[in-house]
Design a protein around this ligand. Structure first.
Ligand SMILES: [Zn+2]
Length: 675
């Protein structure tokens, strides 16, 4: 690192030109200035641009003796790189390739990923951009003034270069798609390795940069662009938690602390990377970065807390950073903001399944569905009064007020589910069904499966390939993870009339007993305590199973076609998805999925179901419980505690295709109702 005169002695002390081995320099490699490179490159025999880190993930640790202050300084430098490109520095656990930062008498780094433990030596810990410079070497970047096209922009004054230092100005074969960047932190200064007079002169047309090369004051736009070229664009920052998510009306100003990912201190230099800032309803607040924790804080003024509202908190890494995070709600008032966990639109039935939190809160109509753009006249549905919607609800159809009017362009339709905060939930796509009709009463529905739609908000996906049709799952407030066994479940090997044991990773209560294992059966049920290969779907057969959830108990044969997937979140929910599995001896594919939330509910979604005999129901197991027959297509129903709620379907009589069922549970897993 030669940009500042004070470093010259430091670097020379590394015996640069003698290619001496230094701490952290592996055999076969040498130190050239501050780059550790294979020997042949040092001798000018080949180009080298370093190995990129797979997926931009760089594990790191610190050697003993690195002070907590210097660790903090390093993390602050790393955060700045993470804000502008898809690189991610993670504390090393067991990874085979990683960087160790250590105290040294100079600054140097291996070029690119070595594949094992590689060292970044540092002495100038108090220069953030020296740390960034060395880390950029480790990411595979050579010096800017060694680019193969550098002679177009600068002239190396060989006569002014200290004895033996000429290799520091050799040409690299490394290529970059980006413009020559005089302001790069990877560019030497005019005084580097000088024996008198500038070692580097900017060519005619670029002389305005003569006193700017050797920048160590901010990460240049070109540095960010280079990182993006090699590792991809920066993801948006992400909020993981807020120090508080609500405040009473009339609260005096409060200090909000936000914990998350890709927060950066930025730089005070106006040309540098701006720091991460907190947005209140989209408006930036004065934000501070806390180096010790990597959190950010902002004061929310009392004036913002005088009226009941559901505000949104988001964080932004302004350009060249990754932009604005998904917002999370902040309630000013007595209750929490409503949020949507899951929204299913079932084909071909015109019903919506709405699964959320605090949907019946005091902030106004709990659910408003509008066409986009969000004009008042585009209202197509809203619950009749504040608080009228349960947190889990099935809306059988969407009646449209006569005032709504207006046609929707076929083939490009969109709706907004406005949960008192229009920015929270937004959906639009190229084929959101053909059935939003121009005159009421309207229903939402669709005919042929439309293609998957990726929403503009990154946290939501609509995938029409799912068994139950259209489903929108929002990684809602505070990042409720998307949970979909059909999408991300593990494929099970199931032959005809068999079962497979799966670990849940948590205790799931069922009829008052907790289980940590589940047995997924071929014949459309999951059981606890033991598996079963029972295949004759009768009410007594259901009751005789081990403790069971039977979304579609029948003689199915996943050994002949289709897939069965299993997913657990290891904490409170598991799911099973049958896709395209035929009834035994038939070729008609059957699809359904079930998600069980401990102590809350069992949700079942049916796609196409062939005309075989089935039983749908729940059972405490091994012959216990009173049989409680139901007509599941006419819910809701209340279920007597400890009973065996079920419906028997004769061949051809199954009427739940395209429908979602939600069984509600007590906290100990006793079925209490069905929606
Ligand atoms: Zn360097």
């Amino acid at each position: 690192m030669l940009k500042m005169p004070t470093f010259v002695g430091v670097v020379l002390s590394l015996s640069v030109v003698g290619f001496a081995q230094d701490p952290g320099v592996p055999p076969g490699c040498v130190l050239v200035d501050d780059m550790v490179v294979p020997e042949e490159m040092a001798h000018g025999e080949s180009g080298y641009s370093g190995t990129a880190w797979p997926n931009g993930v760089v594990p790191y640790d610190f050697a003993a003796g690195v002070s907590s202050l210097n660790r903090e300084r390093t993390r602050t430098a790393l955060a700045e790189l993470m804000a502008v490109a898809n690189v991610r520095f993670v504390p090393r656990t067991t990874e085979a390739a990683w960087i160790t930062f250590q105290n040294s008498t100079g600054n140097n780094s291996y070029l690119g990923m070595s594949g094992g433990n590689q060292v970044i030596n540092l002495v100038n810990w108090d220069y953030r951009y020296i740390i960034c410079h060395e880390v950029m070497h480790a990411l595979g970047f050579v010096h800017e003034h060694q680019r193969p096209d550098r002679d177009t922009y600068v002239t190396i004054n060989w006569a002014n270069i200290s004895a033996g230092a000429a290799p520091q100005f050799g040409l690299s074969a490394a290529t970059t798609p980006n413009a020559y960047d005089f302001l790069s932190i990877m560019h030497y200064s005019a005084g580097a390795f000088s024996s008198g007079g500038p070692s580097i002169s900017c060519n005619a047309g670029y002389t305005q940069f003569q006193n700017q090369i050797g920048n160590l004051s901010y990460l240049s736009a070109g540095d960010a662009q280079g990182l993006v070229s090699r590792y991809g664009a920066p993801p948006t920052p992400r909020i993981l938690s807020l120090s508080q998510t609500s405040a009473p009306v009339g609260t005096a100003s409060l200090l909000l602390t936000v914990t998350g990912e890709r927060f950066t201190a930025g730089d005070s230099n106006p040309l540098g990377t701006p720091r991460t800032r907190i947005l209140w309803n989209g408006t930036p607040l004065t934000t501070n970065y806390v180096p010790a924790t990597g959190q950010i804080t902002a004061t929310i003024a009392a004036g913002l807390l005088q009226t009941a509202t559901c505000a949104t908190i988001a964080v932004e890494n302004p350009f060249p950073g990754g932009g604005i995070s998904a917002p999370v709600p902040f309630a000013v008032g007595p209750t929490s903001c409503p949020s949507l966990v899951e929204f299913s639109l079932n084909s071909p039935a015109a019903s919506l399944t709405i699964d959320g939190q605090n949907l019946g809160s005091a902030y106004g109509p709990a659910l408003v569905v509008r066409k986009v753009p969000l004009a008042p006249t585009s209202l197509i549905f809203q619950t009749s009064a504040p608080g009228s919607l349960a947190d889990t609800a099935i809306v059988p159809a969407l009646p449209v007020p006569a005032s709504a009017g207006g046609a929707v362009t076929p083939g490009f339709q969109a709706i907004n589910l406005d949960l008192a905060s229009p920015g929270l939930v937004f959906l639009q796509g190229g084929a959101f069904g053909p059935a939003l009709l121009p005159t009421g009463p309207w229903t939402l529905g669709f005919a042929a499966p439309p293609p998957p739609i990726v929403l503009t908000a990154q946290t939501m996906v609509v995938d029409a390939s799912l068994a139950d049709g259209f489903r929108l799952t929002q990684a809602a407030a505070l990042e409720v993870p998307i949970f979909d066994p059909c999408q991300s479940g593990t494929s099970l090997m199931l032959s005809d009339d068999s079962f497979v044991q799966q670990s849940l990773g948590f205790a799931f209560p069922w009829y008052g007993t907790s289980f940590s294992q589940v047995f997924v059966g071929s014949n459309g049920y999951v059981t606890f305590l033991a598996g079963s290969s029972q295949k004759t779907p009768t009410a007594l057969g259901l009751r005789s199973l081990p403790p069971a959830i039977a979304p579609l108990y029948g003689d199915l044969d996943p050994g002949s076609a289709g897939t069965v997937r299993f997913l657990t979140d290891q904490s409170s929910r598991f799911g099973v998805c049958f896709t395209g599995v035929p009834a035994a001896g038939t070729a008609l594919p059957i699809s359904f999925s079930v998600i069980a939330d401990a102590g809350l509910r069992v949700s079942i979604s049916y796609g196409s179901v062939a005309s075989a005999p089935f039983v749908v129901g729940l059972a405490p197991g091994f012959g216990s419980g009173v049989l409680f027959p139901l007509d599941l297509s006419t819910g809701p129903h209340t279920i007597p505690g400890g009973s065996v709620p079920h419906e028997v379907f004769a061949p051809g009589a199954f009427d739940l295709g395209g429908v979602s069922l939600v069984w509600t549970l007590t906290s100990t897993g006793v079925p209490s109702g069905v929606l």
